[in-house]
Each structure stands twice: as C-alpha cells, then as structure tokens.
Design a protein. Structure first.
Ligand SMILES: *[C@@H]1O[C@H](CO)[C@@H](O)[C@H](O)[C@H]1NC(C)=O
Ligand SMILES: *[C@@H]1O[C@H](CO)[C@@H](O)[C@H](O)[C@H]1NC(C)=O
Ligand SMILES: *[C@@H]1O[C@H](CO)[C@@H](O)[C@H](O)[C@H]1NC(C)=O
Ligand SMILES: *[C@@H]1O[C@H](CO)[C@@H](O)[C@H](O)[C@H]1NC(C)=O
Length: 392
C-alpha cells in the first residue's frame, strides 16, 4: 500500500520504495533463502525419485505430476550392466574406425537359398564385365545347388538347416557375413534370396552402396501385435520395450556394421533365447527383429531404416505378391524403380502408415536396387527386359 501511495504521490525516488527502509534488515533475504532452499531440496528429491506411483503423486494432481516430469531434465539413464559396457566399448571403437575404401573395394553378394538359384543366368549378365568389384557367397540350407554360372561355381559356404522364424535364420546370415568378411576388399554386404533380382545395372548398384556411409537396414516401430506384441520382458535390462524394432531381413550393410554384428553376443543371445515362434504365446520372428533392434540401440543414425530390396505387401496377404512371367513388363520395373518414399504400416487397429522419403546422402532418391519375389519362370522375360534396362 505504501508503495502504491508512493507511486501515486510521484514526489520523488525516495517515496517510491519506502517499504524496505522501515522493515528490519535481512528479514526478506532470509525468507527468500529459506524458500529457495526448500524448493531446491524438493526438486532434487522429485528428480531422484520421480513420482511414478499415484502415492508419490498425492501432493499434485496427476496433471501436476505430468507437468513436473515434463519440466525436469530426463531422468538419468539406467546403469549399464558389465556386459553392456564391454559391448558398447567394442562397438564404439569399431564404428570409429574410418572405412578403408579404395578402387579395389568390392560388394559381397550373399545368397540365402534352400537350393539351386533360379536366376543365375540373370545375375551372370548383371556381373559380367565387373570382375574384381564383387564377390559371391551362397548359403544353401536344404540341398546342394547346381550352378549354371561361373560366378557361382565354388562359392557355396558351409551351411546348416534354416527353420523359418527361428534363430537359425539369423545364424545363416551371420555365417554368410563371417565368410564374406574374410576378404578385406569386401566393403559392403548385401543379403539376397533365391527369388531376388537386380533392378539396375552393376555400376548403379555399386555406386549407390559404396558412396554412402549408411547401411540399409529396415527398421520401424510397430506398437501392434506383430511388432512390440512379440517383445518379451526376459530381454531386460539390455533390451527395453521402447527400443524393440521390426524390419524385413533383407539388409545391405557396410563393413563396420558387419563386424559389429560378428562381435555381438549380448543382444544376439537375448533373441536366440527369447524370440522364437510359439514362446509364451508370442510368435516372435528372430530375423525380423534382431538386426533392427540391435542397430536401433547401438547406431540408430547409421542405418537408413529402409531396405534396398523391394517387396510388395499391398495385397495384405500372408505372403507378398509374387511375380509370374506375364507380370514382367517395362511398366512394372519402372513402377518399382521410381518409388522414392519408404512406407511402413503398423499392425495395430490404427494401421498407421509411416512414410519417409528415401534420403541418400541427404538427397531424395529411388529406394530400391533389388526386388522380390519372382517365380523362376519369370527369368526369360527378365533377361529380355534386362538387356534394355541395364544400360540405363
Ligand atoms: C563417410 O565417412 C567418412 C569418414 O567419416 C567421411 O570422410 C566421408 O565424407 C563420409 N562420406 C559420405 C558420403 O558421407
Ligand atoms: C533412422 O531412424 C532413427 C530413429 O529410429 C533415427 O534416429 C535415424 O536418424 C534414422 N536414420 C536416418 C538415416 O535418417
Ligand atoms: C504402375 O503404377 C500405376 C500407378 O500406381 C498402376 O496403375 C499400374 O497398374 C502399375 N503397373 C504395373 C505393371 O505394376
Ligand atoms: C528393348 O529396346 C529395343 C530398342 O530400343 C526395343 O525395340 C525393345 O522392344 C525393348 N525390349 C523390351 C522388352 O522392352
């Protein structure tokens, strides 16, 4: 009131702030110090013991709780386990090793197949004239393949049975990587199936893979039953539900990433033990979750989040669309090679469509280099078409 009077009077500076002069000195600063200390102690407590239960929230309304947790800096990350610390140290070091790319760098084409490869003639045409820039590895899980192309003869690696959905699929991928890593010239590693075909000529694919620092590992968050619904809490503490990811298995990866996959035992063993069909009522498919989740945890910025292998799930059936001889047209190839946005759909009721532009070194480019699935009968038509589109 006094201050107000002083203002109204407007007779001079002395009258504007008369209050403090009449109060006992120190009283107000002491109050401020006590108040600030109390608030500080309270905030420190709230920070160290974030109000998670409703009991801890009784001081606030639930909205108050939310406001406090939004306003505070993020809670400190949980303490890493010994194994995690060791694993992170090794992975960090490998990722920091600069790539040793040179004129002699090769792309490793790794084929995962039950037996003979139906498109060897097509691949031969694709590889022809590019000797020294690629290597081929074949993992045949059921029967010994008969090879028709010289590029495939003697390229079979030791193999083992592969059971759909089980860790044996991931084991076969790791076996291929291990063999391909033996050649130090291999700088990029592509996993392909027997039903895959190339969509561009060799140079286009080689440059696309070699002149970027990304690995093309498909990865997205699916809160639905075919995504996070397959997560098991046995994977804790290293793999939290919020980090669980999904993606198609057909990857292509740079050498450092292939090495960290070889080095990983920690995350791998969690998927081996707790991600399999029919475990505790969940149908977890190891090859759809292990690599996406692993890379999301250890190097999220190092993967593109889409696969360079196209597959058409738009019919929403149990199997993707498979192309027969009569489906092979210029228009089909044009359609697939012009897609430059990657699309993922969640498996919950919302069926949320996640779309991202395919960014290659920051520039939007077509996403796909390979496509599946093609019936063997499609080969002759593909060969005809290939004589045209390989020169584009
Ligand atoms: C890839 O990384 C290397 C080393 O970190 C860097 O020199 C190079 O410019 C990067 N290449 C691209 C295409 O980003
Ligand atoms: C891939 O997604 C992760 C988030 O899950 C993001 O951090 C990363 O930047 C994405 N990669 C690229 C190349 O955009
Ligand atoms: C190509 O795409 C167009 C437009 O989406 C579609 O109408 C057409 O049927 C497609 N053609 C082939 C052969 O897939
Ligand atoms: C390939 O190109 C030739 C000449 O440009 C053309 O006559 C032929 O129809 C093309 N073949 C196919 C399958 O498109």
């Amino acid at each position: 009131m006094k201050t107000g009077q002083g203002w109204r009077g407007g007779t001079g500076d002395m009258q504007i702030l008369p209050g403090p002069r009449h109060r006992p000195p120190m009283k107000r600063p002491t109050w401020i110090i006590i108040l600030v200390s109390l608030v500080t102690v309270f905030l420190i407590c709230a920070y160290m013991y974030p109000p998670q239960s409703s009991a801890a929230c009784y001081v606030f309304s639930s909205r108050g709780c939310e406001a406090i947790s939004n306003w505070l800096p993020p809670a400190p990350a949980r303490e890493l386990t010994d194994q995690e610390l060791a694993s992170r140290a090794v992975i960090r070091d490998i990722l920091n090793t600069p790539p040793t790319k040179s004129e002699k760098s090769k792309v490793a084409f790794m084929f995962l197949t039950p037996g003979s490869l139906p498109f060897e003639k097509l691949w031969e045409k694709f590889f022809h004239g590019h000797e020294g820039k690629f290597s081929v590895y074949v993992h045949a899980s059921k029967e010994k393949p008969v090879h028709l192309s010289r590029y495939f003869v003697n390229q079979d690696i030791h193999s083992d049975q592969v059971i759909w959905g089980k860790i044996s699929m991931v084991d076969a991928e790791r076996r291929l990587l291990a063999h391909a890593l033996k050649d130090p010239a291999n700088q990029h590693f592509v996993l392909l199936s027997d039903s895959c075909v190339p969509l561009h000529n060799f140079d286009y694919i080689y440059n696309y893979l070699m002149h970027t620092n990304l690995s093309f590992v498909d990865c997205f968050k699916d809160p639905g039953p075919h995504g996070n619904g397959r997560y098991s809490e046995h994977m804790l503490p290293e793999i939290e539900k919020k980090d669980f990811r999904k993606g198609a298995q057909w990857f292509s990866m740079k050498r450092q990433h292939a090495v960290i996959v070889m080095a990983d035992n920690l995350y791998y063993s969690k998927f081996r033990d707790y991600c399999k069909p029919g475990l505790e009522g969940r149908n977890c498919i190891a090859d759809e979750h292990y690599l996406p989740t692993f890379f999301h945890i250890v190097d999220p910025g190092g993967i593109a989040n889409w696969s360079v292998t196209h597959v058409d799930w738009s019919e929403r059936k149990w199997h993707p669309k498979s192309y027969k001889a009569r489906d092979i047209t210029k228009q089909l190839v044009k359609n697939i090679t012009s897609i430059d946005v990657s699309v993922h759909v969640t498996s919950d009721e919302k069926k949320e469509v996640q779309k991202w532009p395919c960014l290659w070194n920051g520039e939007q480019r077509p996403c796909y280099l390979f496509a599946r699935k093609f019936y063997p009968e499609a080969q002759d038509n593909l060969l005809l078409l290939f004589s045209n589109y390989t020169t584009i």
